[in-house]
Design a protein around this ligand. Structure first.
Ligand SMILES: N[C@@H](CCC(=O)N[C@@H](CS)C(=O)NCC(=O)O)C(=O)O
Length: 333
């Protein structure tokens, strides 16, 4: 674990002291957008036109933020247009590495580098900041387009449609407000809430985070008892942003991050809904429990100093979800 300062690697764990024991996530650096014609997106510079084979995605199979980009890459038919490198699940003193002694860790398929930080310094030799996945890399400008997953999935949702012919829209105009409202709550209290609970170093910080987290789980359970998906009767970005957190909930967050008022499988509707999303064509191929179970338990020394990987639980994600019977609606995006 560490960060870059003026292109030099520094080791150090998250500092929660300046925020009263709370974990505060830092802002991302690269905020450009791939667009159909290369014009500028909502932030950053112009010059990143959607082209087949031009971009490369760096991910960890452990990371929930990277996972959403893999889901969109699959759903939107981008697998043959955007290739991927997968880091090793262990994130220790050197941060993410391209070691290949774990099934699924591909190494750096573009440059053959050793560490993910080398990709950041390749983009900018004097860069400062955290070295995070996902990264969307541009082979043409030899730089990083974006390292913000929320924006990468928006690009994947529409920028390449002219190339793939895939017109599914997971962020339809009519649902923007609804999707944004759900995202806002789910991001702060659940996607990031699990980290706030697990990395808290005071009782107060933990109590606050874990309380909000289960309030949101209750809210989701109620919502999903009345509608099939988070924004209504069609699946949207809001659902795909939630799934990576739900997948990791029982095997990792429940124990390792002390999010243990309930398990995911205790919420009838939320659990059935999660299974439906998991069983969506192509999605299961993006799910790698071996990477996330290993990553969290092995990498977070402050939380799990002996790096013991727990035995369970066994969860049947392939069990019938039954949502078609409860909500018989068209489900295409
Ligand atoms: N805002 C970023 C957050 C990405 C992020 O925090 N990734 C984690 C892995 S789950 C990471 O690489 N952490 C390394 C670090 O913070 O040093 C996004 O959503 O893309």
């Amino acid at each position: 674990m560490g960060y870059l300062e003026n292109g030099e690697w520094q080791t150090g764990w998250y500092d929660t002291k300046k925020h009263g024991g709370k974990f505060v996530r830092s802002e991302t650096k690269f905020r450009n957008w791939v667009t159909p014609d290369g014009s500028a997106g909502p932030s950053g510079d112009a010059g990143f036109k959607a082209e087949s084979g031009r971009y490369h995605l760096y991910v960890s199979y452990a990371c929930p933020w990277a996972h959403r980009t893999l889901i969109f890459r699959t759903l939107k038919g981008l697998v043959e247009h955007i290739d991927v490198s997968v880091v090793h699940p262990d994130m220790l003193d050197d941060g993410w590495t391209f070691d290949q002694d774990f099934v699924g860790a591909t190494g750096d398929r573009l440059f053959g580098k050793s560490y993910l930080r080398d990709i950041y310094t390749e983009a900018d030799p004097h860069i400062s900041g955290r070295v995070t996945v996902p990264i969307l890399w541009d082979k043409k400008t030899n730089s990083i387009v974006s390292n913000e997953s929320a924006e990468i999935i928006r690009m994947f949702n529409s920028a390449f449609d002219g190339i793939t012919g895939d017109r599914q829209d997971f962020y339809p105009d009519a649902l923007h407000d609804e999707i944004e409202a759900v995202n806002e709550r789910v991001y702060h209290t659940l996607n990031n809430g699990v980290y706030k609970s697990g990395f808290a170093t005071t009782q107060e910080a933990y109590d606050e985070a874990v309380g909000e987290l289960f309030d949101t789980m209750d809210w989701l359970e109620d919502r999903l008892s009345r509608q099939r998906y988070l924004a209504g009767d069609r699946v949207t970005e809001a659902d795909w942003r939630l799934l990576p957190t739900l997948l990791r909930f029982d095997p990792v967050y429940h124990g390792h991050f002390k999010c243990n008022r309930n398990r995911l499988v205790d919420f009838d509707n939320l659990w059935a809904y999660a299974r439906e999303l998991y069983q969506w064509p192509g999605v299961a191929n993006t799910v790698h429990p071996d990477h996330y179970i290993r990553h969290y338990h092995y990498s977070h020394e402050t939380v799990n100093p002996y790096r013991i990987i727990p035995i369970g639980p066994t969860i049947d994600w392939d069990a019938p979800h039954g949502r078609d019977e409860v909500f018989p609606v068209a489900k295409s995006a």
